[in-house]
Design a protein around this ligand. Sequence first.
Ligand code: BG6
Length: 364
Amino acid sequence: DLGGYRHYMYKEIQEQPECLERMIRGRLDDRFGVSRLDGLNLTPRDLRGFARVKILGCGSAYYAGQIGATMIEDLARVPADAEAASEFRYRNPIIEADTLYIAVSQSGETADTAFAVEEVKRKGGRVVGLVNVVGSTIARACDGGLYLHAGPEIAVASTKALTNMAVGFAMIALALGRVRDLSNADGQRIVAALRALPKQVAAIVEAEARIAEHAKICADARSLFFIGRVRGFPVAREGAQKFKEISYRHAEAYQTSELKHGPLALIDEELPTVAIVPSDDLADRNLAAMQQIKARKGQVLAITHDDVDFGDLDVPRFVVPRSEPELDPILLTIPLQLLAYHAALILGHDIDKPRNLAKSVTVE
Ligand code: BG6
């Protein structure tokens, strides 16, 4: 039911604050600064025993996994990475007993992800799911998991499910961190930041008009770059994914640091760049990169925080509220949904059902 909205994607973007509330409800302990994730079926001893985390998903779920891997390394100091589930099974992956495998999927029916789960289980690995659809194939195949509680997601381009995936990873990171060296105070800091997210997301969504202003330039371009560093890079990847899915424009994500090692050759007045510039210790380097783009007549839109000092760098900015640094990617992703949506709207595309794509690909 569209409930008066023009598109499901738009409705689903708007619903995010309430979806986030459902995701964290009953799962956070303020006093001990920890998450309570009974559904994972992992004891504190199990959590303590994992030497590594491997996240498996496809498309946006894969990029959410990359956001999640960074959170797990940041908060729990456990080596973590995300891999495209579609590739995993074909490289005869090494499955280790002390690795926690996490399958992430909105639909729970993506064949590539389901096969990856099967591969882990067949070789005796432990896999938990981060899935939206209750009772789905992947949810049933996993040894435990966390449901996303985002409600039905109809638009092909994932928005609310992806946001809840990122929050799910933050809560798993907290659980892994608090049985290790993450202090009670740091745990409390993250719990408070998670509780603040719904209102912060609402504020970004309300500022929609300010991001829509930039959609025309992006829609007119034949090709775009999305750039970011470290925590900002998976955000850039997801931003590019969302943009290409519904605008049919070529959008490529790059590490800002890698620009000068090749892609800078493409920059001219016709190739705009969306730069993820959080307020962190890389901000100065990000500013220098934007300067280099400007010097080559490239247009830049910065997704940033209000305390980043742009000096005399004259670049349009969209400012998002700050979370804790580890959780900033969750908020930095939201304006990119709106940017893609408004570009597709200008281009007159079928936003909810982009050509050539299906909501869930249940065949290999
Ligand atoms: C793709 C969709 O086929 O599947 C993407 O086009 C989606 O938008 C991906 O992110 C993964 O889907 P799921 O349901 O496993 O999260």
